[in-house]
Design a protein around this ligand. Sequence first.
Ligand SMILES: *Cc1c(COP(=O)(O)O)cnc(C)c1O
Length: 372
Amino acid sequence: MYTTDRTWAEIHLDRIAHNYSLLRSLTPDNCHILAPVKADAYGHGAVPVSRLLADLGCDYLAVTCLSEALALRDNGISLPLLVFSYTNPGDAALMADRGITQAVFSLETAQAMSHALAGTGRTLSVHIKLDTGMGRLGFAARGQEPTDALAAMHLPHLDVQGIFTHFSVADEDDAYTLEQTAYFTRAADWLEGQWGQTFPLRHAANSGGALRLPATYLNMIRPGIALYGLSPNPPLIRADLRPAMDLKTRIIQVRQFGKGESISYGRTYETVADQMIAVIPAGYADGLHRTLSGKMEMLLHGQRVRQVGRICMDACMLDVSAIEKLSVGDPVTIFGQDGGKTLSVDEHAALAGTISYELLCAVSPRVPRLYL
Ligand SMILES: *Cc1c(COP(=O)(O)O)cnc(C)c1O
C-alpha cells in the first residue's frame, strides 16, 4: 500500500473538516457550500477529500473537466458536481447520464450541447457563467445585458440550475469585488425577469470572498484554498485555517564533506567548512520547484535546515551540520508540521515567487498520499 520509505504527503482529513466547519460557521444557514476539488483537490486527492466532504454535509463539488468529474462518479461520489471549464459538446449525453452539471459560458457551445442532446431524451443540468470583471470565461456582464446567456437558457435540452461569476481580486480589493457582485446581481436579476423563473443557485465567492466579504455569499460559496487550510493572500488574510498537507521525506544518505567541495549539478554550492550533507529523495519530479534551489529550508528533528545546491529531478541535498545524532531514515518535513514546529508552504511559495496553490498542485502523482 502506501509507502513512507521515500517521499510522501500526509493528508490530515481532520484539518479539512476543521476548515470546512470554519467556513460553514461564516455562512448563514440558507447558504450552500460548493467545494472545488479540481486538480486532484489541489493535490490532496479528489476522491478521499470528496468522500470526507460528502460525510460533512457539503452540498456541491466542482472540478475543471469531464475526466475529473468521471473519476469522482466512478469512485462512487454522488454529490452534485459542476464542471467549471470546457467540455466537448459531443460528451453532453454522457454528462447527463452521469448526473454531471456543465458551466455554460458561450452560446455557441451551449447550442452544440443542446443539439447533441436532441432526440436522446436527456437533459443536461447547467450553470450560466457570467464574466463580471475576471476577464476569463463567461458571458460579458459588466453593465451590458447578457442576451447570449438568455438565448442559451432558452435552449430546449438544457436545464438551468444556477448562475455564477468569478472574482479576480477578492483577496485584496473590496471595491472591485463588490462592483463585480453588483454587476452579477443586476445581470442575474435581468435574466430572471426575461426568463420568468429564478435561478436555484447564485454563487460567486472564492476563498477571498468567503473569508472577507459576506456581501458576496449569495446562496452558495466556492472556497477552494481555504478548505485546504491556506490563505488566498497570506499577508492580508488570516483566519484559523489548518493546512491539510504535510510533505515529508527521509534522509537516504548522510556524509561528511571537507571545505571547498561542490554539491550537485552546476557546482552552485561549495562547502564553506567541514560540513555534513544529507541527501533526500525529493526533487522537482516530486514537486519541489527547481527555482527554490539553495533558497528553501526544511525541518529535521524539529530544527530548520537549509537546502543546498541545485534541486535535481529525484533528489536534493541539505546542510545538516548543525543537527546531532543523525541517521539514514530520519524523517524530514519539506513543509508542514514537525513535532511542535511548522514550516508553511507559503514560505516556499513566497521564495519561489508564486502562491501555495501552485506548490500544492505540483506535488506529483508519484508521491503517495497518506490519509490521517
Ligand atoms: C478554483 C476556483 C475557485 C476556488 O478558488 P480559491 O481561490 O481556491 O478559493 C472558485 N471558483 C472557480 C470558478 C474556480 O476556478
